[in-house]
Write a protein that binds this ligand. Structure first.
Ligand code: ADP
Ligand code: MG
Length: 203
């Protein structure tokens, strides 16, 4: 895939606001891919925030190869864009029916990314969880995420806290989308989480 062909053949689905990447869909040999691209941002944004966002997210997707429930990375187009698997489905905010297996499956996806040393940090946002055509959860948008080195000091210090933030985000989403499936333990956890979150800088 080269940049010129991509620009000709792809369709922009979401124009990223401010410094955020554009989302472009492309079909090659009947297979669909999603591109995250900052090439069209202004010069300053493209070479600073844009470059950094693309590099960070590509690094995270590359660490999550083989994780079920995360789109697979396909190619790094150039320093401003990468391609990943296109997931046919809808963001959870527009999903009308969510099967009972959805949240337990999403819990497994989150455990799997954590086991690779990755945290998402924006699970509350309903645009970041897709419901596939089969009703399965897919986690996207690692722009706010971090990937920790295997045995680094940062991992020791922050990983437990960030994992806790992901779990709280997941329950917050579950409470909004499927309140009847919350267990009493989950409701209690969320109450404590919301109290403590008021002290949290990334609110
Ligand atoms: N791999 C993908 N497959 C299908 N749709 C996607 C994919 N990645 C993103 N999208 C769609 O694009 C929207 C925005 O993508 P996202 O990565 O969350 O970017 P942003 O940083 O703008 O929030 C998502 O809500 C989803 O509808
Ligand atoms: Mg998003």
């Amino acid at each position: 895939m080269n940049r010129k062909d991509l620009e000709k053949k792809s369709v922009c689905l979401v124009e990223g606001r401010f410094g955020k990447p554009d989302l472009r869909r492309i079909e090659i040999d009947d297979q669909a891919f999603m591109l995250k691209d900052v090439r069209r941002k202004n010069f300053f944004i493209r070479w600073t925030l844009g470059l950094w966002l693309i590099q960070q997210e590509w690094k995270i997707y590359s660490r999550l190869i083989g994780v079920k429930g995360v789109p697979q990375p396909v190619a790094r187009i150039d320093r401003f864009a990468f391609a990943m698997e296109f997931i046919p489905g809808v963001p959870i905010e527009r999903g009308e029916t969510i099967p009972p297996s959805f949240f337990p499956d999403l819990d497994e996806v989150i455990k799997a990314i954590h086991s690779r040393g990755v945290v998402h940090m924006d699970l509350r946002h309903k645009g970041n969880i897709l419901v596939s055509e089969k009703g399965e959860p897919f986690l996207i948008d690692f722009n706010s995420g971090f990937s920790f080195k295997e045995k680094g000091l940062l991992r020791c210090l922050f990983f437990p806290l960030f994992r806790w933030v992901d779990y709280g985000g997941l329950l917050k989403l579950k409470e909004r989308v499927s309140p009847s499936s919350m267990t009493p333990e989950e409701t209690d956890f969320l109450k404590r989480f919301n109290r403590l979150r008021k002290l949290w800088i990334f609110n």
